[in-house]
Design a protein around this ligand. Structure first.
Ligand SMILES: C[S@@+](CC[C@H](N)C(=O)[O-])C[C@H]1O[C@@H](n2cnc3c(N)ncnc32)[C@H](O)[C@@H]1O
Length: 372
């Protein structure tokens, strides 16, 4: 399957959206693991590119380095070592990658100090992902790992690569997928070799939902014993749909990814376009009003609280994340219900957060009582 050369021209707005999500997630991920006391953390960028685009805009490896630099104080305080694994298959791109990263480290006082004191270890590879992945898999599994799979097309979501990631315990991964390829190439033998997936068009004949469908297909492939959860972010460019799939077996990782995604698009938290026609709104059959994605969730959440299914802040938190929403969307509803005297709970805050609901030694459960 062909792939466009991302580095032959300036990064597009869609590529920048993807890179912002990668970078913002890295920004959340590093301090979480450092503050948890891990002696080593590892970030793998298997399709690292050249370091910068044609106009000097940083690509994923430079953005990762920037986030390491920003966290240098806590890395020293906690005595944590960062291992970065950067890979690029094309030889001249690999040369550019190494030069760009080395020069970036040399010019950054924070990174140079981390480097000289052995707290930063960067390993560069000029290998085919298919081989390197098998070699590095034991390290990915053993360490606290963040894995970027920014492939050109689609083939590396095949079981051979995807399934081992679902068996990891301390690994978060972000795949990039050219999801529209699943439609273009669905009947080719090459495609069928990797993925057994046939997209369905929506009622308008469009494939705007193809990335979500593909993520649903991947969810079905997760082995029963795996705790990994997947969340999509669709990226539209012209008529094509690309997307990110985030995977993690830890609820805190899911929380942080969803915050990143909602920051990228505060309207729907799952696409760089109006994937649910929120501008038009969805008709609420009972009230006859049009609901956006957030309002639709809030109406469902409210129903679950009032019918007694959501009994406390932990139920509220789990329900919210499960639906791909973030705690502030649920907090708004709880505060309103309290003001309207329909629900009571102790204190002023409904306490819907990872810290109050799941974090060891900081859990504070709050019961919600429906006022009849
Ligand atoms: C979408 S780009 C990644 C861009 C990069 N993340 C950045 O920000 O610049 C995919 C990269 O993977 C490289 N590539 C293609 N096939 C590969 C393979 N089998 N193994 C490793 N790298 C590969 C391409 O040369 C290209 O630079």
């Amino acid at each position: 399957m062909p792939g466009r050369d991302l580095h032959a021209q300036p990064f597009t707005e869609e590529t920048l959206a993807k890179l912002r999500i990668f970078e913002n997630y890295t920004q959340e991920w590093i301090p979480t693991f450092v503050m948890s006391g891990y002696a080593e953390i590892c970030i793998f960028d298997f399709f690292a590119g050249t370091g910068y685009d044609k106009t000097g805009i940083p690509g994923s490896p430079i953005r990762i380095l920037e986030q390491v630099a920003k966290n240098s104080t806590i890395l020293f305080e906690k005595n944590t070592r960062v291992n970065l694994y950067f890979n690029e298959f094309i030889a001249d791109k690999y040369e550019s990658l190494v030069l760009a990263c080395k020069s970036y480290i040399d010019n950054s006082p924070a990174l140079s100090t981390l480097d000289k004191t052995g707290k930063l270890n960067v390993v560069y590879y000029n290998r085919d992902f298919a081989d390197l992945f098998q070699e590095l898999l034991p390290t990915i599994k053993a360490e606290a790992s963040l894995v970027f799979l920014d492939q050109n097309g689609i083939k590396f979501i095949g079981d051979e690569y995807f399934i081992p990631l679902t068996y990891t315990q301390k690994t978060d991964f972000l795949y990039f997928i050219a999801s529209s390829y699943a439609n273009r190439f669905k009947d080719t033998g090459e495609f069928k070799k990797y993925i057994d997936f046939k997209p369905t068009p929506d009622e308008n004949g469009s494939y705007n939902n193809i990335h979500n469908e593909l993520v649903e297909y991947l969810r079905q492939r997760i082995p029963p014993l795996s705790g990994v959860k997947l969340y999509p972010f669709s990226i539209k460019k012209g008529r094509n749909i690309y997307g990110i799939v985030f995977g993690s077996s830890h609820i805190r990782g899911v929380d942080k990814f969803l915050r990143t995604a909602w920051k990228e698009n505060p309207e729907n938290g799952e696409a760089n376009f109006d994937i649910h026609n929120d501008e038009l709104g969805t008709i609420d059959l009972f009230n006859g009003v049009k609901l956006t994605k957030i309002k639709l969730f809030q109406s469902e959440f409210k129903k679950e609280v009032l019918n007694g299914h959501i009994k406390n802040n932990r139920n509220a938190y789990d329900f919210t994340l499960d639906k791909g929403h973030i705690p502030p969307h649920a907090m708004d509803v709880m505060k309103r219900l309290k003001n309207e005297n329909r629900v009571s709970f102790l204190g002023n805050s409904p306490k819907i957060s990872y810290e109050y609901c799941h974090k060891r030694n900081s859990v504070e459960l709050v019961e919600y009582r429906v006022i009849k």
